[in-house]
Structures are given as C-alpha cells and as structure tokens.
Ligand binder design. Sequence first.
Ligand code: ADP
Ligand code: MG
Length: 219
Amino acid sequence: MIAVRDLRFAYSGGFSLDVPVLDIDGGERVAVIGPSGSGKTTLLNLVSGIKVPEAGSVSLDGQDISILPDRSRRRVRAATIGFVFQEFALVDYLTAEGNVLYPYRIGAGLRLDQAARNRARDLLSRFGLGEKMQRRPAQLSQGERQRVAIARALVTRPKVILADEATGNLDPANKAAALDLLFDQAAETGAALLCVTHDHELLPRFDRVIDFADLRTPA
Ligand code: ADP
Ligand code: MG
C-alpha cells in the first residue's frame, strides 16, 4: 500500500533525509521510533504528499504520487490518506462534528453527503463523544480533542492512516484507547497504519517496529 524508493529530501536549512526503501502492506500496523529532530514528521509529510521529494518515489496503492502535478496529488491524498497531526491541528471555530467533516470541505473530489455525515457522527459516538459533537475544541479535554483528530483521519475510510505522535500528549488510559480506535478502524478497512511514536510501552502492539536510524541511509 505504501512503497518508498530512494527517497531524498532536503530543507534549505541543511537537514536532509534519505530513505532507500520503505514498504508497508494493507492491514499492516507499523511503528516508527526515533529521536526528536530526526525527520519522522518530514517522512510522514513526504509519504502523504504534503511535501514532494527531490528524488525517488512514493507510491500509494500502486500510484506514484511523486510525479503527479499538485492538483492530482492533492486529490489522491484526500482520497487515500488519513492523517493524525502531531498537534492535532483542529480548527478552533468548528465544532467537533465540523472538524471531523473538515476533509470534505478541503478535499478535492470528496463529496459531503448524508453517508459522510452519518459516518462522522457514528465515529464520534463510538469514540465516546456522542454528547459533545457540537462543542468546539476549546471546550474539550486533551484526550477528547485527540479523539476528534483521530475521527477526522478516519472519516473518509482511508487506505493509508498516518499518525504523528498521536498518543504523545495523552495519559496512559487515553493512549491505549486512542490506539484501539486506530487499530479497530484499520482492521475494519484493511488500511496500512504508520504511526510515529515515542510511547515504547505501545510498541508490542504493532506488527513491526522500525527504528528511524535504520531507515535512513548511513551517513
Ligand atoms: P521529527 O519529527 O523527527 O522530530 P522533523 O521531521 O520535524 O523531525 O524535523 C527534522 C529536521 O528538519 C529538524 O532538524 C528540523 O529542525 C528540520 N526542519 C523541520 N521543518 C523544517 C522547515 N520547514 N524548514 C527547515 N528545516 C526544518
Ligand atoms: Mg515530529
């Protein structure tokens, strides 16, 4: 589902990232660990098509997104990827429900129909937020905000779920619960799940754990 080959990317500040090979199958749950500043977020942004590599390729479900023009890449991203951002990135002025439906506002080619609305409500209910759908992020606890962010990443039934330290700011019970939600949904849709995490106690639950240092070309 995810195939990365000979990926190269550099920021103007000097940091560069090389990833020779990364393959993740549909249904596979993979954790990536590594120190802060090593490039994990950059990698997720490259896999999702938010950033474009200087060289090499990123294929999602057999399609090389690195050669697509911006508009097509955005469409593939909207249709294929669910992204849980490191700092949630919820929209302050939207309700929980509005935030979960946000991908339909911005996603090229996604249609906000009744089925999507029902799915957003169903996810929020399953995440224990059935009574809080009309609240804004500021009126929710940290754990609740995180569950909204996860619901938003799942609402389009993406084939690829990327989570950037999605459990980082949560207490242990909420960490385990957040991972349950991601795992359940990934199992239901057969999605590939790639999670960057610092939570070593969660690692035994993954099919595979990749040390970021092993992924990158040795200097
Ligand atoms: P991680 O997620 O592993 O903490 P990042 O991918 O966020 O690491 O960052 C990797 C490196 O790239 C860091 O050294 C960071 O300072 C640098 N970096 C991140 N974003 C930018 C940017 N927009 N411009 C220049 N350098 C950046
Ligand atoms: Mg990061």
